[in-house]
Design a protein around this ligand. Sequence first.
Ligand code: DLL
Length: 433
Amino acid sequence: MIYDIEFETMPREALEAIQARRLQATIERVCATVPFYQKKIAEAGLKPTDIKSLNDLKRLPFTTKQDLRDNYPFGMFATPMENVVRIHASSGTTGQPTVVGYTARDVQTWSMLMARSLAAGGATRGDMIHNAYGYGLFTGGLGVHYGAERLGASVIPVSGGNTKRQIVIMKDFGPTILTATPSYTLHLAEVAAEMGVSFENLNFKFGIFGAEPWSENMRHEIEKKLNIVAVDIYGLSEVMGPGVAIECHEAQQGLHIFEDHFIPEIINPETGETLPYGETGELVFTSITKEAFPIIRYRTRDITSLNPEPCVCGRTHVRMNRVTGRSDDMLIIRGVNVFPSQIESVLMEMSGVEPHYQLVVDRVDNLDKLTVRVEVGEGIFSDEVKQLQDMERNIEKNIKDLLGVSAKVKLVEPKAIERSEGKAIRVIDNRKI
Ligand code: DLL
């Protein structure tokens, strides 16, 4: 179902006219209210009135995570605090968190975009949504929650954690849609199995998963284990939260970006040059309707490409391909660039391997050493040592053949890798310490 048929299927020309108008208004606004933008845009030799068309976007300076940190906590807000009704913050695993604010109208816009997203992912008014994204400063829980209510679905605000109780709720309430991170979803599946609950007997039809990179093979694994159709949802606190882009369940092939609210660009991360559709690079967003926390050409660090092909679902908004990783998560192992999701793809191709893994990078004698720890099923772990070793060598060979990087694979017993209730920690890089 398309929630907002007028805007989601708008002809490109009309959409671009709206974007240009909203962009102009946003630039005028930030130059009038945010000293950071005022200064930066003036330094680039521009006046707000110079931004007349979408082509002028490229003339504007980028905004980086560092800029947000420099203006911590509220320096980037474009409205007095009395108009701010909600505050969220990114997790800030590396350095200071980023703090973002919303006016009442921003919360309404976000709810509407989340209602669009949930509908694209298969939800309708009649559905019951089991929302296992964390509630709190993280945008996942409340983002889905408000969208579900806006759509008119019933939402169970279960949040992350208390996993056994979640399974009981699934059994007793019969929710039809699951929203969670892909890694927590796998943990839910595992705990359900331990409790003797089969997803075949639950009511789930669709799952809407995101907040961390996951591979196509992981999607197949989840769809098989949960007996559902799984779609990918993308977003980030700095731009809004979840609901910046979503896959439609009809195609399951790339995420439609809600371009009437956000203008995407792909740039070469080294040169800053804007790349054409189809080329892979860093995703950059400009928000064009936000009031409290507008953001101009924000460098997300997420690596992907844009696909302008028409989609079977009828939406005219451009699609971004699955995010393969963040440029700052990219591991450079003896000069070879590898993303955790590429390793994940190789692992998920192997039979007997479970979707729980961790990459450990060390530097020994000035050489990078990558160890891939991956779980295998109970039956396999109790097999003979020789068989396990053969399997390890086999995976190492596939990683080398497909990604060109040498890794040491260590098969570990079930549950050896810590489970996450939110975003999984996939990489332990001991080189930085
Ligand atoms: O993760 C918002 C969100 C909540 C998205 C729930 C989807 C579902 P942050 O905590 O600010 O916001 O983290 C944003 O997470 O820049 C990406 O690196 C990563 N990310 C988010 N969604 C995806 C996805 C939320 N579908 C950062 N695939 C982003 C890959 C994702 N990475």
